[in-house]
Design a binder for this molecule. Structure first.
Ligand code: HEM
Ligand code: HEM
Length: 163
């Protein structure tokens, strides 16, 4: 993969926009549950505010994640921070890769549950909450470890565009 001196302004904006959308889904996600149950019972979808915002935010996560992946492959990403051990690097890369998979699979399963009227897909989709909490928790711990233990200013890479 191409390496650059830093993330671009677009990559940084997309990172924080997607983080905010996922946070919104985790806080308000359960609200779509009652519209979903009503739809499974009656066979008719009701597009209340909770359903519309959940679907829009979820589709946003999916499209922005695909955009980010395209940018990773066309523009590139910065090299690993200096001083990072092999294990730390592998852990960071694995966390990022699983987050990307989830940013794509979770909305796709949600869309299948809603538009396919599948209760099983809905149950599977509900694992999004604990899975994102654990993965994002690990990711934030990693970022804080860099910031306060290694003191390598890693957070700045996701704040200010470079290269
Ligand atoms: C739902 C929330 C989040 C998701 C899904 C997420 C996802 C990602 C991904 C996939 C990357 C890899 C770079 C890329 O391709 O853009 C990344 C980088 C990064 N994230 Fe997050 N992130 C989230 C929240 C946060 C938060 C809350 C922080 C701050 C504590 C943070 C700090 C960083 C930093 C500093 C990097 C750059 C790492 C490096 O340059 O090696 N992220 N994030
Ligand atoms: C990354 C994007 C998404 C995240 C993080 C997310 C997260 C969540 C969460 C946390 C819940 C509540 C689960 C619970 O009750 O414990 C939920 C429910 C649900 N979401 Fe999503 N969602 C996303 C995208 C979507 C999309 C695009 C759709 C498409 C329509 C969707 C459809 C649903 C449905 C139907 C439920 C109810 C499931 C049930 O009650 O069994 N989600 N989602």
């Amino acid at each position: 993969m191409t390496t650059t001196a830093g993330y671009s302004r677009t990559q940084i904006s997309l990172h924080w926009l997607v983080a905010a959308l996922i946070l919104f889904q985790l806080i308000f996600g359960e609200e779509i549950g009652s519209a979903f149950d009503a739809m499974l019972d009656s066979g008719v979808a009701s597009y209340d505010l909770a359903a519309v915002t959940h679907i829009a935010a979820g589709v946003g996560v999916l499209l922005f994640a695909l955009w980010r992946l395209a940018l990773r492959f066309t523009r590139g990403v910065p090299v690993a921070p200096a001083g990072e051990s092999l294990v730390q690097g592998l852990l960071a890369n694995a966390t990022h890769a699983i987050l990307y998979v989830m940013m794509i699979v979770v909305p796709v399963v949600g869309l299948y549950a809603w538009f396919g009227g599948s209760e099983d897909a809905g149950d599977l989709h509900s694992w999004a909450k604990p899975a994102f909490i654990i993965l994002v928790g690990l990711h934030v711990l990693g970022a804080l470890y860099h910031q306060f233990v290694l003191k390598d200013g890693l957070l700045r890479r996701m704040m200010r565009a470079g290269g």
